[in-house]
Design a protein around this ligand. Structure first.
Ligand SMILES: Cc1cc2nc3c(=O)[nH]c(=O)nc-3n(C[C@H](O)[C@H](O)[C@H](O)COP(=O)(O)O)c2cc1C
Length: 186
């Protein structure tokens, strides 16, 4: 079974990325077609990129980079759970992408985005730029959550049925891409 990492891209105290990420993680477990792990960038605790050598070389100095490298390498697919900050992607997530290079290649990625009216889609568009340079296929099917605060209750995310449907559609497509790209990952 392919390994899916659900990456929570916001790290600030009180972030809604955590409950939304937890909801999607549970949803992906129910879907049942991936071996799923929840990856919290707050726990990864990556500093601003502090490696002297270009990530393409894979000659990492720091243990936090080696651990992140192992995690990304061991994943076949990703779902990035992302807010939108000032019409862009959160810096913690962009930083985490930049840390390693070959480890991302020939893997597929889906997105769960949230925000106000935009539902975070501008962050997703921003994320696709670095991802494509690292040979990650960012798929079009996505979970988009505009006005997310309407779905928060006592710190938990209470999805609308449309969110669950979007999640299943995205996961179904992500399985197809992940299997199709397996030949390139060999
Ligand atoms: C620095 C900053 C910039 C923001 N910019 C946007 C924005 O461009 N679009 C939007 O929909 N929400 C924006 N917001 C509101 C976020 O949608 C909201 O704070 C959300 O909780 C952020 O996700 P997080 O809690 O997981 O960090 C911004 C919030 C912060 C902290």
């Amino acid at each position: 079974m392919s390994k899916l990492s659900v990456v929570i891209g916001s790290t600030r105290p009180g972030r809604v990325g955590l409950p939304i990420g937890q909801w999607f993680f549970e949803r992906a477990l129910l879907h049942g077609k991936f071996e799923v792990q929840l990856v919290d960038l707050k726990e990864q605790n990556l500093p601003l990129l502090d490696e002297a050598k270009h990530p393409r070389l894979g000659e990492y100095e720091h243990e936090h980079t080696k651990a992140w490298s192992r995690l990304v390498q061991a994943s076949d697919a990703f779902v990035f759970v992302t807010p939108e900050y000032n019409f862009s992607a959160p810096p913690a997530l962009l930083n985490a992408l930049d840390y390693v290079y070959h480890e991302w290649a020939y893997k597929a990625a889906g997105f769960v985005s949230y925000g106000g009216q935009s539902g975070g889609i501008r962050a997703v568009q921003m994320l696709k730029q670095p991802l494509i340079s690292m040979k990650v296929v960012g798929i079009p099917e996505a979970v988009v959550i505009p006005f997310f605060s309407q779905f928060m209750n006592a710190g938990a995310f209470k999805p609308h049925e449309s969110h669950d449907k979007m999640a299943v559609t995205m996961l179904d497509e992500l399985v197809r891409w992940t299997e199709a790209l397996a030949a390139l990952r060999k």
